[in-house]
Unconditional design. Structure first.
Length: 175
């Protein structure tokens, strides 16, 4: 077996390995905007600072040069990561969802737990998750448990802290 094949096998067994990179149009637009900002604005500013710092001479104790080079590496890594996301992204528009009575990708779902605590989540791509805003990735345990459910159904989610039951109160999709 070649070294490249072994690398693919190791990555496929890794929990961080993503086979399908589904994303909403809004999520892809946010990623594209971040990429454009880094590439067109921030990176050129840092390159200019590093060039100026390099022209001063001794680079070993030049903080502008050292930290500028470090920031350039961070930006380049982030650009490569965002580029991979955009290349591999499979855009799914929730507004075009046919089965609107079931929870699918892009659904806005209102849930109630055993104590009648209400929570609203949107099922989005793993690259656009934001727990604070209620956006959970489609491969998260809660999302996996909810996909396919209808209003009134109860789903049990297995979490590290134990099992928790949620009832689906409402399902909606953007128009």
């Amino acid at each position: 077996m070649s070294r490249a094949t072994l690398g693919r096998i190791a990555r496929a067994d890794s929990p961080a390995y993503v086979t399908d990179r589904y994303i909403t149009p809004e999520g892809l637009a946010r990623i594209r905007a971040e990429y454009d900002e880094l590439f067109a604005v921030e990176r050129p500013e840092i390159v200019e600072t590093v060039s100026w710092a390099a022209s001063l001479g001794d680079r070993s104790e030049n903080a502008d040069y050292i930290y500028g080079k470090r920031r350039l590496r961070e930006i380049d890594r982030r650009l490569a990561y965002l580029g991979r996301i955009m290349k591999d992204a499979k855009v799914v528009d929730p507004a075009k969802q046919q089965a609107r009575d079931q929870i699918r990708f892009g659904a806005l779902v209102e849930l109630a737990d055993e104590d009648d605590n209400r929570r609203t989540v949107t099922i989005v791509g793993d690259d656009e998750t934001d727990a604070g805003a209620g956006r959970i990735g489609w491969s998260a345990p809660l999302a996996r448990a909810l996909i396919g459910a209808r209003v009134g159904e109860e789903r049990i989610v297995r979490l590290p802290a134990g099992e928790k039951s949620y009832e689906v109160i409402a399902i909606s999709y953007p128009d």
